[in-house]
Write a protein that binds this ligand. Structure first.
Ligand code: 5RP
Length: 232
């Protein structure tokens, strides 16, 4: 099965987590796009969706799905999104598509985070995928100097502006032993809007595409973060 077929399978499997009559939080990226295609088939059974990016909002609307402003919604039962990497503790690197800040905001409102990912995304230690960091443009020099303390190689994503009008710095070459600590520490740098570590609020369930079908992983079934690969 190809990587894209795995993405399609997990996207379809995520429909089982959609709550009838409710509003669904929808992520960004190619796997999330497959989910939107599936969601369109049951659009008459949901109230609508909240989008984690302008690209997702446009795609949802093109499929005739009502898109709500997040501020018009008190709670989301479920948020469905892809990931660039996920570990056994359901902690993720996200933001390959540059939508990390809005993804983090929408997922913070959701009761359940369902990560949909192909098999290649499951890793023992986060950090092989460069960690995206959203930065306010006037703070770029300061943030790059501060990032030197963390090791790794910061690269400004060329020609990319986020939906919030900011820049993305991709921090490569990391082996992230303690994702919660790093997520928290990076957020202390003035000028950083958010970073692509989703460790303080990990996924609740991961639907992982494999050659033999969809595997369902939950944090409860995995060793605690401190014992898992990637823990301290
Ligand atoms: C976008 C994201 C995506 O979820 C992540 O990049 C995975 O993308 P894809 O589903 O295309 O592999 O975080 O900001």
């Amino acid at each position: 099965m190809t990587q894209d077929e795995q993405k399609q399978e997990v996207a379809r499997a995520a429909l089982a987590h959609v709550v009838e009559g409710e509003i669904v939080g929808v992520g960004t990226g190619s796997t999330a796009n497959h989910f939107i295609t599936c969601l369109a088939e049951i659009k008459h059974r949901i109230r609508g969706a909240v989008a984690s990016s302008e690209a997702t909002r446009k795609r949802l609307e093109a499929h005739g799905i009502t898109v709500f402003d997040l501020n018009a919604v008190d709670e989301l039962r479920v948020y469905v999104d892809g990931a660039d990497e996920i570990n056994a503790a359901m902690q993720m690197i996200k933001g390959g598509g540059g939508a990390l800040t809005r993804e983090k905001i929408v997922s913070a409102v959701a009761r359940k985070f369902v990560c949909i990912a192909d098999a290649a995304k499951l890793v023992p230690v986060l950090g092989h995928f460069p960690l995206p960091i959203e930065v306010i443009p006037m703070a770029l020099g300061h943030v790059k100097r501060e990032l030197a303390r963390f090791g790794g190689t910061p690269v400004v994503r060329p020609g990319f502006v986020t939906d919030n009008g900011n820049l993305i710095v991709d921090l490569g070459g990391l082996m992230i032993a303690d994702p919660v600590q790093l997520e928290t520490a990076l957020n202390q740098i003035v000028g950083v809007v958010s970073n692509g570590l989703f460790a303080c609020r990990p996924a609740d369930v991961c639907l992982l595409g494999t050659a033999s079908g969809v595997r369902t992983l939950t944090a409860a079934e995995q060793p605690p973060a401190s014992q898992a690969p990637g823990g301290t």
